[in-house]
Design a protein around this ligand. Structure first.
Ligand code: NAP
Length: 483
């Protein structure tokens, strides 16, 4: 007998409460475990993914249509970053302290002995994204960085790949059992409704939220996190338009190669990347127009695969229709889609002043589409960047020479983006120590943090200053290591 509708919500909330209780129970043990326990866990999780790679990739492909080549690469990246966090733990990342010896005398020069240590925040609610079924999902970067920091995780899987999420969680549970760790180190909430997902964010025992997804979903949950009686950090990585500037110097050797590179990036994986270049700034002159013409041809030759979910497919139609209907927008490439699931790429064009004045044109079109903005001069280019306000990336093509204009462009790009590229394309985010994946609102809710790269661990560590502490109290925070 199925549950009556009025019973569904309490049941869904009870499932969330049970998962949080599991994570809270596990936190005391896991948070105090030596760093070698955490690094061994991360390495075993990486191995478990790799050992089951063929079956996992087949399942992921069936649920997402992303293709086995991309998914094999993504699984390898996910295992790589789990091991990368383990390596950093073994190199002392968890034992890091800042120590100021006592100085005799009166303040401000005189001071007590202060030791800054870094404690795990506590259980983290982790929202998976649709477009990275491995790398931003059950054992993706948010989970890896939280586990490295000594935090347990409550995974909210994405409804776009439920079977894969279950399967990966089952693997994680087996690893936890093998390692003698409580299952609540990676707790899991299956089939959560949006209301239940919001209940998870509101739960009093949840200490932080990691979210990767849409602006709308992220903002709704960010509000919920801030409206709690005890607000908690909400690390939301949201959508982004990723401006790419084609400066005259970038076209010195013709338009064909740069246009082909850009078209491939816009169409890559059906444009379903948060780093997809969605805003292309070109000069309003003959060379700019020549580049636009070649780009239309190059992009039109791409035939993307199906989108991740029917909802995303509808979202793409809605977003492109909204852009197309704005005053002053011209469709440069908008063929009818021949396949219901897979949209044909689109390219629109607008002048800089119209773009600047209309906030509706600053929104992401999640899918294989971009908006060309024709700028008259350097000053207009700066004004367009300022209007964008926040982005994961800005790419500058043709800004290699050290000139006053290029300096100003680089500074303007840095003001609005977490990553500034001087060439290449923004799709593809390397996992390393220097990486920054975030950016001012609306790209992310916490621009001072990153969700990709090893600095992501900092999000889940809370500094505590110990004053005149005995050695044992310091060592308790550093796995017994005191430098
Ligand atoms: P999404 O629809 O926002 O979903 C993300 C997660 O949040 C899912 O678990 C979803 O639940 C949940 N959710 C969404 N709205 C909610 C609400 N109102 N209340 C409670 N839970 C809610 O995003 P998506 O479809 O995965 O991804 C597409 C977007 O993500 C794009 O805009 C893309 O640019 C962005 N993205 C950003 C990054 C980045 O690093 N900045 C990376 C990848 C993607 P359901 O499972 O029920 O849908």
């Amino acid at each position: 007998m199925s549950a009556a509708p009025q019973d569904v919500q309490p049941q869904a909330f009870a499932a969330i409460d049970a998962a949080v209780a599991q994570a809270v129970d596990a936190q005391a043990h896991y948070g105090a475990a030596p760093h070698t326990t955490r690094s061994a866990l991360l390495r075993a999780l990486a191995a478990a993914l790799e050992n089951d790679a063929a079956a996992l990739v087949a399942l992921a492909d069936a649920e997402t249509s992303l293709g086995t080549a991309r998914l094999n690469g993504e699984l390898a990246r996910t295992a790589f970053q789990l091991r990368g966090f383990a390596d950093r733990l073994d190199a002392g990342a968890a034992a890091r302290i800042v120590d100021d010896a006592a100085v005799p005398g009166a303040p401000p020069a005189g001071r007590p002995h202060l030791t800054r240590v870094f404690a795990p925040l506590g259980p983290v609610a982790m929202f998976s994204a649709s477009n990275f079924p491995f790398a931003f999902s059950v054992l993706g970067g948010d989970t890896a960085s939280a586990l490295a920091a000594g935090c347990t995780v409550i995974v909210k899987p994405h409804s776009g790949h439920p079977e894969l999420s279950r399967r990966v969680h089952t693997l994680a549970a087996a690893v936890l059992r093998e390692q003698g760790l409580p299952l609540g180190v990676v707790a899991f909430v299956d089939q959560a409704t949006r209301e239940a997902a919001t209940h998870l964010v509101r739960h009093a025992e949840v200490s932080a939220v990691a979210f990767t997804g849409s602006y709308q979903g992220g903002v709704a949950l960010w509000h919920a996190a801030n409206a709690r009686p005890r607000p908690i950090p909400f690390y939301g990585e949201l959508g982004s338009v990723n401006p790419l500037l084609v400066l005259p110097a970038a076209l010195a050797n013709g338009c064909d190669a740069p246009a082909a590179t850009l078209a491939a990036s816009i169409a890559l994986d059906c444009g379903q990347f948060c780093t997809s270049p969605g805003l292309i700034l070109i000069r309003d002159d003959t060379d700019g127009e020549r580049f636009a013409t070649v780009l239309v041809r190059a992009l039109g030759a791409h035939q993307p695969h199906a989108m991740l979910t029917p909802a995303m497919r509808r979202g793409f139609e809605d977003a492109t229709a909204r852009i197309a209907s704005q005053p002053g927008v011209r469709a440069r490439l908008a063929p009818p889609s021949t396949n219901d699931d897979a949209p044909a790429p689109r390219l629109y064009e607008v002048d800089a002043l119209t773009f600047i004045d209309n906030a509706a044109l600053h929104e992401e079109m999640f899918g294989p589409a971009a908006l060309l903005v024709k700028v008259r001069d350097h000053a207009q280019t700066l004004a367009v960047l300022a209007a964008v306000a926040g982005s994961l990336t800005v790419t500058l093509w043709g800004a290699d020479a050290e000139t006053p204009d290029n300096r100003a462009l680089a500074a303007a790009a840095q003001r609005i983006a977490g990553r500034v590229l001087f060439g290449s394309v923004p799709t593809g985010v390397a996992v390393c120590d220097a990486q920054q994946h975030g950016g001012p609102w609306p790209a992310s809710t916490q621009p001072q943090s990153t969700s990709v790269g090893y600095a992501a661990m900092e999000r889940f560590l809370r500094p505590v200053a110990l004053q005149d502490a005995p050695q044992w109290a310091i060592a308790a925070n550093t796995g017994g290591i005191v430098s």
